[in-house]
Write a protein that binds this ligand. Structure first.
Ligand code: CTP
Length: 382
């Protein structure tokens, strides 16, 4: 329908950006971006009058998103009016003017992201005004112009993400420009930085990206910390167990490189949700238990010490500790934590004990005895 309508309306439409790059690399293609030399919103509205798909429009930017369910998964197509962008000052949002495809491609971040394919009935060649195909073959990330990282410092984080994900290198002059762009990260709003940082930390290649970020001086500039190589091994071991927790694991490990106060300040600065803020606090509280956990504890004591902490924090923290600590935490998480307490407040009441602060002590002591007994009866689990 789209091709038919575009031809009828004499609208030139092009598939552009990441989906062309991924298609050429034979990688799974994510959301599709369609650039229209004309009014993208009008096209999206015409589409959704014929097909009952979901439509979101963003008039100030001349863009629209159409979404539909395909085999149970939500698929989106972004329709963008071809535009030219100019930056009133470094790291600010750009001023947008409608333009032709060539202008639209020229405003983009890297040569490998400014490839386009015209939507047509017959096969067409890839449109490649910035030699992106050669860079794609050579595995190079290259900016289109000298001010690219200064205009939009979030591109530094995008370069990291693509380098780690695709195993590409920075082309040498791009590497120099990236270094010159680093100070401009401080001028970029935390919300814009997090848009990219959050994506980077959520990808399977996040640890590789963090390691590169350390090498390129990005981590130092962004949050004043490093990513020691040893963390890569520890982090990779965690992932098969916790594949859905990539973002929280990466953030916790990164924040573990900072003092407790600095870690909380960074977590707040990027507006991370409460569970992650709490996890960062717990991480540093756990550090005070390390000496105790480095001696063999009874099951009851282990449970009492570790029960205030979230399992995710315990697992990630354990990966940075000695084998004895790792063993005790694994034993606690697998064998002890799932055991329900036999004694409850109701039982104490039934025994005629008046509700009060001593309930907590009594219940904790009863649980400790229960778990010590469990350990004595199941020595093979220890
Ligand atoms: N883009 C850019 N500068 C940015 C963000 C995006 O030039 N700061 C351009 C790039 O050309 C990119 C396109 O906008 O290809 C779409 O952005 P996005 O969806 O974030 O990038 P993808 O390349 O599609 O990345 P991904 O594969 O992670 O979806």
């Amino acid at each position: 329908w789209l091709m038919h309508y575009a031809a009828e309306q004499r609208l030139a439409c092009y598939v552009v950006g990441g989906c062309v790059r991924d298609w050429l690399l034979a990688r799974p293609v994510g959301d599709i971006d369609l650039v229209v030399e004309g009014d993208a919103i009008a096209l999206a509205e015409a589409w959704t009058t014929v097909w009952p798909d979901q439509l979101h429009t963003h008039p100030p930017f001349g863009t629209a998103t159409v979404s539909w369910l395909d085999a149970g998964a939500l698929v989106s197509l972004d329709l963008i009016s071809a535009r030219r962008e100019s930056y009133p000052q470094p790291a600010a949002l750009p001023i947008v003017q409608f333009a032709r495809l060539a202008d639209d491609l020229a405003r983009r971040d890297f040569t490998i992201n400014c490839l386009a394919l015209q939507l047509a009935n017959q096969p067409t060649n890839v449109i490649d005004p910035h030699n992106g195909l050669v860079d794609l073959q050579r595995g190079l990330i290259r900016v289109l112009h000298k001010r690219s990282f200064i205009d939009d410092p979030t591109r530094i984080l995008r370069a990291l993400r693509f380098a780690a994900r695709l195993e590409f290198r920075l082309e040498p002059s791009t590497a120099e420009l990236l270094q010159q762009g680093l100070p401009w990260l401080d001028q970029t709003t935390p919300a814009r930085l997090w848009n990219e940082l959050g994506l980077l930390l959520s990808e399977p290649s996040a640890f590789k990206a963090l390691s590169l970020a350390d090498e390129w001086g990005v981590l130092q500039q962004l949050c004043g910390c490093a990513w020691p190589q040893a963390l890569n091994h520890q982090a990779q071991c965690l992932l098969p167990n916790l594949p859905n927790e990539q973002l929280a694991i990466s953030w916790l490990l990164l924040m573990s490189q900072l003092s407790p106060n600095a870690a909380q300040a960074q977590t707040k600065r990027f507006g991370l949700p409460k569970p992650i803020r709490q996890a960062v606090g717990q991480w540093h509280a756990l550090a005070t238990t390390a000496a105790m956990l480095n001696t063999t504890l009874s099951a009851g004591k282990l449970d009492r010490l570790l029960s205030p902490f979230e399992p995710l924090v315990l697992q990630v923290w354990a990966s940075t500790q000695t084998p004895l600590v790792q063993q005790q935490i694994a034993y606690y998480l697998q064998a002890l934590r799932p055991i329900a307490s036999q004694l409850s407040g109701r039982d104490l009441q039934a025994q005629g004990i008046k509700p009060g602060p001593e309930y907590k002590t009594l219940l904790a002591a009863a649980r400790e005895r229960q778990l010590d007994q469990f350990a004595a009866e199941n020595p093979n689990l220890c």
